[in-house]
Design a protein around this ligand. Sequence first.
Ligand SMILES: *Cc1c(COP(=O)(O)O)cnc(C)c1O
Length: 383
Amino acid sequence: MREVIPLAVPNLSGNEGKYLRECIETNFVSSAGPFVEKFEEMVARAAGTACAVAVSSGTTGLHLALHSLGVKAGDLVVLPSFTFIASANAIAHCGAAPWVLDIDPAGWTLDPRLLEKELAGRTRRAGEDLVHTPTGRRVAAVMPVYTLGSPADMQPILELARSYGLPVVADAAAALGASYRKGPLGELADLTVFSFNGNKTITAGGGGMIAGTDEKLLRQVRHLSTQARPGREYHHDQVGFNYRLTNLQAAVGCAQMERLEELVRRKRQIQAAYESAFAGLPGIGLFPKPPWGESACWLAGITVEDPGLPPVKNICERLRDKGIQTRTFWKPVHLQPPYRDAPRSGQPVSEKIWDKVLTLPCSTSLTAEQQGCVIETVSGLLR
Ligand SMILES: *Cc1c(COP(=O)(O)O)cnc(C)c1O
């Protein structure tokens, strides 16, 4: 059988094994252990923040971030429709619901002009609260998503959020290594959440990180992540969570972080090679390159726009038969059964693009020969 070219697999060729052995030899496998703190420091430095709190996943990180900023049962949180389901689920885990807005075609991220229009037209002040007029629910936060590792246009989003008194949580799950207006990501939103799931550029097997510049807020996040226990006794001053990362996971994360620049550079190279191969092919589009930021290029791919070409699902099946693993991409939140009744704007952009996205093999270990084979096979199918 021919070797299969995978979509995106971890690259564990650094110190991962060595650090894992250290965990076993020192008996530090749980969340007490030196790698957890080291991993937090490394991610905080890369994100440009003073501190970061390691958690068990991107999803639990988003939940804890929203909870720590006061999102409660019955609230609404502004969310772009084009995102992974985990962003919406984290809102639902607070007992809140997403207020689903469309994305900007320039970046496939939350559209600030639409946000401005919706906040102006559909909310009113009620004492301290901002209320969504059609549902009477409190609007509690804004959650932009850094789609495919590319930041949202945060300057206008932050200005709007500030003027309405709304905190901002950034779902930066796959964006570690990206930049906004040449600056680091971590100083933009109140809290910025990264994921270290197995298919992200930097993985810890599973895991997440909450980064931010407000040290008092981060202390509260850390406190809540470990059962809200102020001392060593079994005394707990709030309803906390068991959301900490383990030393085993952090050991892998530290080894990966040593290679952050190298791995992100490789991701960008792979995306650039696809861009130059597919640019100008009739009916094929490229992923957006917004002027406000530089993407970490988590997943590479193209859009199949010509209605004369086969649906992306069929293209994936045909490529699978040829030993090339590719995937369709996120179905928007407002089309998912649990969120069918969530309040939302019109969705012309996300509805136009979501089922045209074809993600292509982009593991950092992908060889030039393998990428050449992918390009040739995909081009053959699309002619
Ligand atoms: C991967 C991802 C998540 C979820 O992270 P986990 O660590 O798998 O829980 C959330 N949002 C986005 C945009 C993601 O890409």
